[in-house]
Write a new protein. Sequence first.
Length: 211
Amino acid sequence: MVHRNRSRVRRATVSRVGPVAASVLHRTDNLAPPRDPAAVWGRRRVLLLNATYEPLTALPLRRAVVMLLGGKAEMVHEDPSGALIHSASRSIAMPSVIRLRVYVRVPYRARVPMTRAALMRRDGFRCGYCGARADTVDHIVPRSRGGEHSWENCVACCAKCNHRKADKLLSEIGWTLHAVPRSPTGQHWRLLSTVQELDPSWERYLGDGAA
Ligand SMILES: [Zn+2]
């Protein structure tokens, strides 16, 4: 289905945004429906930065375009493909990274959700036991023995170590960890743990987490 729709995807990339009255700029449902919403408008994400360039979230393309047209945000990086989006009165480049014109305070949230991708990034894609390239996640205290699925109880792990460790405790096999696993903090980690695909042009705004 994805392959069959490839040509439609390309057309939807430059589909018309449609007439946008100033009074409805904060709404997204007044934009002309794209021909294939699931393909481009639905999947594509734009990195939204605060006025201070701190990453905030990954927006659906449609919302990013509305913010640009409404003057709430400005373009930081255009999509390298050079695609254009047409509205009734103007054309704008397809955004990749946009920035709020006015700073917003972000409410403090204590825990960054743990995902496999974010855990791998935290540990630099290295096994917490031997330092080899990691491709699995190990529960330090095995789940079968009451271990939690948490930042503190999980490490990136190579397949070999994971297989050897199985459901044993570190104390039982005399292994040690290279570092004490902790929960990362910061908005860029929140983004890294929730966004599936990171656009390469976002990396420089994602700070430590993008290492
Ligand atoms: Zn290992």
